[in-house]
Write a new protein. Structure first.
Length: 239
């Protein structure tokens, strides 16, 4: 399971301040979701291509990380063809794919620690809320790996998960939910104990060895983001 996991590597996008990346992701998602014109989708696609090219991640790894969501989107949009015109279904699928893939690019180029620092410094969020988001951001891949281990263990005992219709495959996963839930509670308890042993207190201000600082590359990214936002708004108003 690679979904949501930070992928060490080299790339221009990785050198951006985490606050810049958070602002960009939030604004990108909002602008893409409220847009409805193919030209706007073309601009959003071009921005995604630039972000992907500067991330240092392969397109295969990005799509593989998002494959679960993409499969669910495909199934949902196929059902939507019963009531919605095909062009509207295609545009909606395109929109949701862009949001999903851009989110994966963000998760692969930003460490959970950077997410915590960006939330704490760039948003009016308390220490406890920022820590909760960062833990969830880092915890989901662990749950995925735990699910894979349970599947392997059950398969070695004769369980079958890859045969039958998609609905049957989904039904075969239900018996894994109870042990996964127990494992989740166990991991959460261990994490809480570890934080208590280290004297963590959400009510106190934390310090950093290397404080966040906007650099020249962040200012350039901010200008490009402003141009993108103005272009999307212009398309929304005049087209």
């Amino acid at each position: 399971m690679t979904a949501g996991r930070y992928d060490p590597g080299e790339g221009v996008l990785r050198r951006l301040d985490p606050r810049t990346k958070l602002y960009f992701l939030i604004l990108y998602v909002i602008l893409v979701l409220i847009s409805g014109h193919p030209i706007a989708f073309g601009c959003a696609t071009a921005v995604f291509i630039v972000a992907w090219g500067s991330s240092g991640c392969s397109l295969f790894s990005i799509v593989r990380s998002a494959r679960g969501v993409l499969i669910m989107l495909i199934i949902t949009e196929l059902f939507s063809l019963i009531w919605v015109p095909p062009i509207a279904v295609l545009l909606t699928f395109w929109k949701l794919c862009l949001v999903t893939l851009m989110s994966v690019v963000f998760s692969k180029t930003t460490e959970p620690r950077e997410v915590l620092d960006g939330l704490r410094s760039g948003f009016p969020i308390g220490e406890g809320g920022a820590m909760s988001v960062a833990i969830a951001f880092d915890f989901l891949p662990q749950l995925g790996r735990e699910m894979e281990r349970m599947k392997v263990a059950a398969s070695s005992r004769g369980a079958v998960y890859e045969e039958g219709s998609p609905f049957r495959k989904a039904g075969n996963m239900i018996p894994l939910m109870i042990p996964l839930f127990r494992s989740t509670l166990r991991h959460a308890g261990h994490l809480a104990d570890a934080m208590d042993l280290r004297g963590y207190n959400a009510g106190k201000k934390r310090t950093r060895v290397e404080p966040l600082e906007y650099k020249r590359i962040d200012r350039i990214a901010g200008i490009l983001l402003l141009v993108f936002a103005l272009a999307m708004i212009a398309v929304r108003i005049f087209m």
